[in-house]
Structure formats: structure tokens, C-alpha cells
Design a protein around this ligand. Sequence first.
Ligand code: ZN
Length: 222
Amino acid sequence: MFGILSQLLDLLYKKRCYFCKSTKENSKFCSKCFAKIKFLPFSSLEVINGAKVYSATVYKDNIQKMIRGVKYHKQRELTLYQAKIMYGYWQNLEISKQTFVIVPVPVSKKRLKERHYNHMSLVAKEFAKLTGYEINENLIIRVKDTKPQYKLSKAQRAKNLKGAFEAIKENFSGQTDKNFLIFDDILTTGSTISEITKLFHKNGADNLTAFTTSCSDYNLHL
Ligand SMILES: [Zn+2]
């Protein structure tokens, strides 16, 4: 019944590209718009607390629109494309041959209530299908809601995020020798990655890599 209904709805409402509005491909992210994405060089941008940090692309134009759509405008379907973009970049890296456990950056309970989902955990699920990696969302929780980061200076961001995350100690047992991939949407000053990597080290997990969909202020990281 659901199948027929959704087919009918598809006929009535052809999917429109979220970016160029074309309905030609019946897709939320048409191949024309997708082909315009430019990857960053296939090397790490910086190292934060021993973790190499990679970003797939720059936070602007359609990438910015996609991330904002996923985060604030209930565009859940775009998480598939966000994962595809990350995978498109990731598979060019030598380290992608290793096995990782993906750790999506957690959101607070309050945000979860507002948005009904953690956008990065949805992207991680799609990324896991493409890579075969596991996901672990039981190691780190977000205990503090933070002000929007983009309005703040680097020092303010670090202060804003201090104590925002906590580790669930008991869940680290038997996990510490794994390769963790901290997974986020935007790399700005690296404060989030810095906070989370500290918690991993504290709990004896030292094999850390970070990967973000995009990077704002690309020059900041060179
Ligand atoms: Zn398009």
C-alpha cells in the first residue's frame, strides 16, 4: 500500500533539485550541480591533538546551502548526497583503506528534540554504507548547548565549547585500539575536534582522524 502511495506521490510531485530547481532528473541534487563540486587537495589540512584533519570541500555556494538545508530546513534527503561528497573525496586518500569506527559529532538533547535527528549521524549512516565502516555513538555525548559558533572569535569558540562534551567512560572498554574517525560538517577553528580528541585521549583511545564535509576559512588551515 505504502509502495503504491509513494509511487503516486512521486508522479504528482517530481523531485526538484534543491540547488538549480530542475525537475529533469527527479533528484534533490542533480548531476549537473553535483559535478560542480570542487574537492580540496587530498591531504590533511592540519593536525589537532595528534589527529589529522581532512575536509572534502569548502563551505560555500551549494555546499553551504546543502549543509544549512540538512541542519535547519529538514532536508533529510540531502544527507545521502552529503555522504556521497565525503566518500568521493575520502576514497582518494591512502588511509581510506584502513578500517575506521565513525564517531559523528553529537548534538544536545535539546537540539535533537528541535530537529528530530542528528544530521551528522544520518550522514554517517550513508557514509558507513559506502565504506563498510562501523559507527559508534555511545562514546561521547553533548551535555552543553552552545551558541552559534560562526559569530565568535577563535578564543570565544574554544571557551564556548569548553565542557560541551563528555565521554562515557565505560563504553571505551575494549574499544581503545580502534581507529576512530571523528565526523563533522564544518571545520572552522577546530575547537569541536580539539574538545572531542581530548576526551578520546583521556580514555586511552589515541588512533584518531577527523573528517569534515567542508571547511570554512580554508586559508586558516594552511
Ligand atoms: Zn541542480
